[in-house]
Design a protein around this ligand. Structure first.
Ligand code: ZN
Length: 330
């Protein structure tokens, strides 16, 4: 492993967990990696403190492995919200309840290094484009299915940001006209149905409606029903788990088919905890897209699981820092 050269810290703040990592500025695999819970209820100050502690830990791990920590040049951070380009202000992060938070400056003050902030799903998309399932793609869409649904669009290796930096929010496409309320304030968003949170909610509703399922034996309280429980039940052949995943695939497929028609991408990469369901989810998603999208566009688009779902976010955050600070471009 090359231990000279420069190093970049990366932090991926999710709605539930956060990951920190230390990367060589040339890319490649992290020399240190750690995760912890996101203390979302403690507000921006609590999240900044927890994130900075995680970065300290990653820096210590790096030092133990022979990295010269004086050669760490800065931090790339992904956050689950829309970020004003170039200013590092989170304009809206529904799952953290943040509005207008100057997260770049808060981190910079605490960490004492230059910081670049972008949307977490943009980072994950860029990470998968760089060395993952999006490699070589000319126009890719990445969707991260976790607590919420993040999205990123990468065209010829650049993130498509839109004029306010808010492009790629594919989790907030309306797929049910008068559907369930979404964290963003709208109703019937894709996120309200196909995110981990949406899957868990639909499973609880099914069980409350009296559906018989092995899930009831897998947990003690209703709150313990998560997308992971639904997936495990489905993998064991439970009909309710299977039906919930099938419906999830339909919602996702309908949303993605719209994007396939609108953008004609060559790649859709799916990441996040929900994708651990594997072919139980991916196969019906592919089918639904084929059923709904224009044949030529559906034909041209490969739908794949992320190669490195755990690393894509931090890797993309590191690349974002490299581009913006070390190379002076976005
Ligand atoms: Zn929404």
């Amino acid at each position: 492993m090359v231990k000279s050269g420069r190093w970049i810290l990366a932090l991926d703040v999710g709605g539930t967990n956060m990951s920190g990592a230390l990367f060589p500025d040339s890319g490649g695999d992290p020399v240190a990696l750690s995760t912890r819970k996101t203390p979302g209820s403690e507000g921006p100050a609590g999240v900044v403190e927890a994130g900075a502690e995680l970065l300290d830990e990653v820096r210590r791990q790096g030092a133990e492995k022979g990295v010269d920590v004086k050669r760490i040049v800065g931090v790339g951070i992904g956050v689950p919200g829309t970020v004003e380009p170039g200013r590092g202000i989170v304009s809206l992060a529904p799952n953290l309840g943040w509005k207008g938070v100057p997260i770049r400056d808060l981190f910079q003050d605490r960490v004492g290094l230059p910081v670049v902030v972008d949307n977490d799903a943009n980072c994950a998309a860029l990470g998968e484009w760089w060395v993952g399932a999006g490699r070589g793609s000319r126009l890719m869409i990445a969707a991260t299915l976790g607590t919420g649904i993040g999205g990123g669009i990468v065209k010829e290796g650049r993130v498509v940001r839109g004029v306010a930096g808010a492009a790629g929010e594919i989790g907030h496409m309306t797929i049910e006209m008068d559907g369930h309320p979404c964290q963003c304030g709208n109703h019937g968003c894709l996120e309200a149905y196909a995110s981990g949170t949406g899957i868990a909610r639909r499973a609880r509703e099914a069980l409350r409606g009296g559906a018989e399922s092995t899930m009831t034996g897998m947990v003690e309280t209703e709150e313990e029903i998560t997308a992971a429980v639904v997936t495990r039940a489905a993998q064991e052949g439970d009909p309710v788990g299977l039906r919930i995943l099938q419906e999830t695939a339909r919602y996702l497929g309908a949303g993605l088919a719209g994007l396939v028609n609108a953008l004609n991408p060559d790649r859709i990469v799916l990441a996040g905890g929900v994708v651990k369901a594997g072919s139980l989810l991916l196969d019906p998603v592919r089918e639904e897209v084929r059923r709904r999208a224009f044949p030529a566009s559906a034909e041209a688009c490969v739908i794949a699981a992320a190669r490195d779902p755990e690393l894509a976010g931090v890797r993309g955050a590191a690349l974002t820092f490299r581009r913006e600070v070390l190379e002076g471009r976005r």
